[in-house]
Unconditional design. Structure first.
Length: 182
Protein backbone atom coordinates (compact mmCIF):
# COMPACT_ATOMS: atom_id res chain seq x y z
CA UNK A 1 0.00 0.00 0.00
CA UNK A 2 2.86 2.37 0.82
CA UNK A 3 4.47 1.69 -2.55
CA UNK A 4 1.16 2.42 -4.25
CA UNK A 5 0.99 5.77 -2.51
CA UNK A 6 4.63 6.59 -3.24
CA UNK A 7 4.29 5.80 -6.94
CA UNK A 8 0.67 6.84 -7.51
CA UNK A 9 1.54 9.66 -9.94
CA UNK A 10 3.70 7.32 -12.04
CA UNK A 11 0.98 4.64 -12.01
CA UNK A 12 -1.79 7.08 -12.93
CA UNK A 13 0.38 8.59 -15.66
CA UNK A 14 1.19 5.14 -17.07
CA UNK A 15 -2.53 4.32 -17.20
CA UNK A 16 -3.25 7.53 -19.09
CA UNK A 17 -0.23 7.19 -21.38
CA UNK A 18 -1.27 3.71 -22.47
CA UNK A 19 -4.43 5.09 -24.06
CA UNK A 20 -2.49 7.55 -26.24
CA UNK A 21 -0.76 5.99 -29.24
CA UNK A 22 -0.49 8.77 -31.76
CA UNK A 23 2.04 9.17 -34.53
CA UNK A 24 3.42 12.28 -36.19
CA UNK A 25 1.41 13.12 -39.31
CA UNK A 26 2.81 12.24 -42.71
CA UNK A 27 1.50 12.41 -46.26
CA UNK A 28 -1.68 10.40 -46.77
CA UNK A 29 -4.54 10.05 -49.24
CA UNK A 30 -7.11 11.49 -46.86
CA UNK A 31 -7.72 12.67 -43.32
CA UNK A 32 -10.58 10.92 -41.54
CA UNK A 33 -12.03 12.77 -38.55
CA UNK A 34 -13.85 10.48 -36.17
CA UNK A 35 -17.11 11.62 -34.60
CA UNK A 36 -17.11 12.98 -31.08
CA UNK A 37 -15.00 15.60 -29.44
CA UNK A 38 -17.70 18.27 -29.51
CA UNK A 39 -15.24 21.04 -28.62
CA UNK A 40 -14.07 21.14 -32.25
CA UNK A 41 -10.46 20.16 -31.63
CA UNK A 42 -10.68 17.17 -33.98
CA UNK A 43 -11.93 19.07 -37.01
CA UNK A 44 -9.56 21.97 -36.37
CA UNK A 45 -6.64 19.52 -36.25
CA UNK A 46 -7.84 18.02 -39.54
CA UNK A 47 -8.16 21.46 -41.12
CA UNK A 48 -4.58 22.23 -40.15
CA UNK A 49 -3.37 18.91 -41.61
CA UNK A 50 -5.05 19.63 -44.96
CA UNK A 51 -3.86 23.25 -44.95
CA UNK A 52 -0.30 22.06 -44.24
CA UNK A 53 -0.39 19.64 -47.20
CA UNK A 54 -0.52 16.29 -45.42
CA UNK A 55 -3.63 15.25 -47.40
CA UNK A 56 -5.82 16.87 -50.06
CA UNK A 57 -9.05 16.62 -48.06
CA UNK A 58 -10.58 15.65 -44.73
CA UNK A 59 -13.53 13.28 -44.60
CA UNK A 60 -15.68 14.26 -41.61
CA UNK A 61 -17.58 11.42 -39.99
CA UNK A 62 -21.02 12.54 -39.01
CA UNK A 63 -23.49 10.32 -37.23
CA UNK A 64 -27.01 11.64 -37.09
CA UNK A 65 -28.90 12.46 -33.96
CA UNK A 66 -28.03 16.01 -32.98
CA UNK A 67 -31.45 17.66 -33.25
CA UNK A 68 -31.92 16.15 -36.68
CA UNK A 69 -28.45 17.13 -37.89
CA UNK A 70 -25.48 14.97 -38.74
CA UNK A 71 -22.38 15.85 -36.77
CA UNK A 72 -20.45 16.69 -39.96
CA UNK A 73 -23.15 19.28 -40.82
CA UNK A 74 -22.22 21.12 -37.62
CA UNK A 75 -18.48 20.49 -37.59
CA UNK A 76 -17.64 21.77 -41.08
CA UNK A 77 -19.21 25.24 -40.59
CA UNK A 78 -17.37 25.40 -37.24
CA UNK A 79 -14.05 24.84 -39.05
CA UNK A 80 -14.94 27.39 -41.73
CA UNK A 81 -15.74 29.91 -38.99
CA UNK A 82 -12.23 29.27 -37.68
CA UNK A 83 -10.60 30.15 -41.00
CA UNK A 84 -10.43 26.87 -42.91
CA UNK A 85 -11.71 26.55 -46.47
CA UNK A 86 -14.93 24.58 -46.83
CA UNK A 87 -13.36 22.77 -49.79
CA UNK A 88 -10.92 21.11 -47.36
CA UNK A 89 -13.75 18.98 -45.97
CA UNK A 90 -16.20 16.38 -47.23
CA UNK A 91 -19.30 15.14 -45.45
CA UNK A 92 -19.40 11.50 -44.46
CA UNK A 93 -22.86 10.97 -43.04
CA UNK A 94 -23.44 7.70 -41.24
CA UNK A 95 -25.50 6.26 -38.41
CA UNK A 96 -22.69 4.73 -36.35
CA UNK A 97 -23.09 4.60 -32.57
CA UNK A 98 -19.67 3.18 -31.71
CA UNK A 99 -16.11 3.31 -33.02
CA UNK A 100 -16.54 -0.20 -34.40
CA UNK A 101 -19.69 0.78 -36.32
CA UNK A 102 -17.96 3.95 -37.50
CA UNK A 103 -15.01 1.86 -38.73
CA UNK A 104 -17.32 -0.48 -40.63
CA UNK A 105 -19.01 2.44 -42.38
CA UNK A 106 -15.81 4.38 -43.03
CA UNK A 107 -13.83 1.41 -44.35
CA UNK A 108 -16.54 0.73 -46.93
CA UNK A 109 -16.29 4.35 -48.11
CA UNK A 110 -12.47 4.40 -48.02
CA UNK A 111 -12.32 1.26 -50.15
CA UNK A 112 -14.86 2.73 -52.57
CA UNK A 113 -12.59 5.78 -52.94
CA UNK A 114 -9.48 3.63 -53.44
CA UNK A 115 -7.78 5.09 -50.36
CA UNK A 116 -4.49 3.45 -49.30
CA UNK A 117 -3.43 5.69 -46.40
CA UNK A 118 -5.43 7.63 -43.80
CA UNK A 119 -4.56 10.17 -41.15
CA UNK A 120 -7.02 9.04 -38.47
CA UNK A 121 -7.80 12.09 -36.33
CA UNK A 122 -9.37 11.58 -32.93
CA UNK A 123 -8.92 12.74 -29.35
CA UNK A 124 -5.58 11.86 -27.77
CA UNK A 125 -7.06 9.28 -25.36
CA UNK A 126 -8.88 7.52 -28.22
CA UNK A 127 -5.91 7.03 -30.58
CA UNK A 128 -4.79 3.54 -29.50
CA UNK A 129 -8.21 1.91 -29.48
CA UNK A 130 -9.44 3.65 -32.65
CA UNK A 131 -6.33 2.69 -34.65
CA UNK A 132 -6.60 -0.93 -33.48
CA UNK A 133 -10.25 -1.14 -34.54
CA UNK A 134 -9.66 0.42 -37.96
CA UNK A 135 -6.56 -1.68 -38.65
CA UNK A 136 -8.48 -4.89 -37.88
CA UNK A 137 -11.27 -3.87 -40.25
CA UNK A 138 -8.96 -2.97 -43.14
CA UNK A 139 -5.40 -4.28 -42.83
CA UNK A 140 -4.72 -3.26 -46.44
CA UNK A 141 -5.18 0.43 -45.56
CA UNK A 142 -2.50 2.27 -43.59
CA UNK A 143 -4.08 4.08 -40.63
CA UNK A 144 -1.90 6.72 -39.00
CA UNK A 145 -3.45 7.84 -35.69
CA UNK A 146 -3.08 11.60 -35.17
CA UNK A 147 -4.13 13.11 -31.88
CA UNK A 148 -6.28 16.12 -31.32
CA UNK A 149 -5.78 17.66 -27.88
CA UNK A 150 -8.48 17.23 -25.28
CA UNK A 151 -9.13 20.05 -22.84
CA UNK A 152 -9.71 17.65 -19.94
CA UNK A 153 -7.42 14.71 -20.61
CA UNK A 154 -3.65 14.64 -20.51
CA UNK A 155 -1.80 11.42 -19.72
CA UNK A 156 0.03 13.05 -16.83
CA UNK A 157 -2.85 14.95 -15.25
CA UNK A 158 -6.23 13.43 -16.09
CA UNK A 159 -6.96 12.75 -12.40
CA UNK A 160 -6.97 16.47 -11.51
CA UNK A 161 -10.46 17.12 -12.94
CA UNK A 162 -13.73 15.24 -12.95
CA UNK A 163 -14.09 15.23 -16.76
CA UNK A 164 -10.60 13.79 -17.16
CA UNK A 165 -11.42 11.08 -14.63
CA UNK A 166 -14.60 10.15 -16.50
CA UNK A 167 -12.76 10.07 -19.83
CA UNK A 168 -10.06 7.82 -18.35
CA UNK A 169 -12.51 5.35 -16.84
CA UNK A 170 -14.81 5.25 -19.84
CA UNK A 171 -11.97 4.79 -22.34
CA UNK A 172 -10.40 2.04 -20.22
CA UNK A 173 -13.79 0.31 -20.01
CA UNK A 174 -14.08 0.38 -23.81
CA UNK A 175 -10.44 -0.73 -24.21
CA UNK A 176 -11.01 -3.73 -21.93
CA UNK A 177 -14.21 -4.58 -23.80
CA UNK A 178 -12.29 -4.54 -27.08
CA UNK A 179 -9.65 -6.90 -25.60
CA UNK A 180 -12.30 -9.49 -24.80
CA UNK A 181 -14.13 -9.05 -28.09
CA UNK A 182 -17.19 -7.12 -26.93
Amino acid sequence: MVLLMLFRVQILTAGGSYLVRAEPPRKADVVLVLAGGADGSRILRAGALVRDGFAPQAMISGPGGNYGWHECDLAIPFAVKHGFAESHFSHFENEARSTAEEADAAVTELRRRGVRSVLLVTSNYHTRRAANIFRKRAPEIEFIPVEAPDQYFTPGGWWHNREGQKIFLYEWEKTAAEWVGL
